[in-house]
Design a protein around this ligand. Sequence first.
Ligand SMILES: [Zn+2]
Ligand SMILES: [Zn+2]
Length: 168
Amino acid sequence: MNKYINYFDLLADYDNSKKPTYKELITTYEWKTLRDSIVKRDGNKCSNCNSIASIWNGSFYIRKPTNEEQKASFIKHSLLIKDNSFFTPKFAVIAGVKDDSPTILHVHHPYYILNFLPWEYPSEDLITVCHSCHTDIHNSSVVPTYVDVSRKELVKLTPCESVMEQAI
Ligand SMILES: [Zn+2]
Ligand SMILES: [Zn+2]
């Protein structure tokens, strides 16, 4: 999975003429720490469509089984019980199934402030959304960028072209 770097180590790779890109900034521990706290606060699910985050098990994403899948597994295992007393129904409960269209959560900035680092925004202004909802948000609207924290004057540029690349 992703490797995170601390911000000052990232800066060490740059001279004064160049700055880290937004895409690089969101690979930092600083961002990951804030991002994880926002996702936790939002219940590990998309605030827009309520999809729960899929879990990376080291090889693939897994998700909670649906009631149907749980029932199907229960029935399959229940049939085994008839032939083999070793199985009991409680072993039939499955914890997770492979997720072929995983829900990946992102943390979205509803606005930007010029020269702010991604983790310098107040937590209450950030929101957890799934990749799909996040794509819709960015496709259907332009996130405003303000000159400063007063959020009165807009800047005409997008520091966050690559926001969709947010790592989980
Ligand atoms: Zn969503
Ligand atoms: Zn966003």
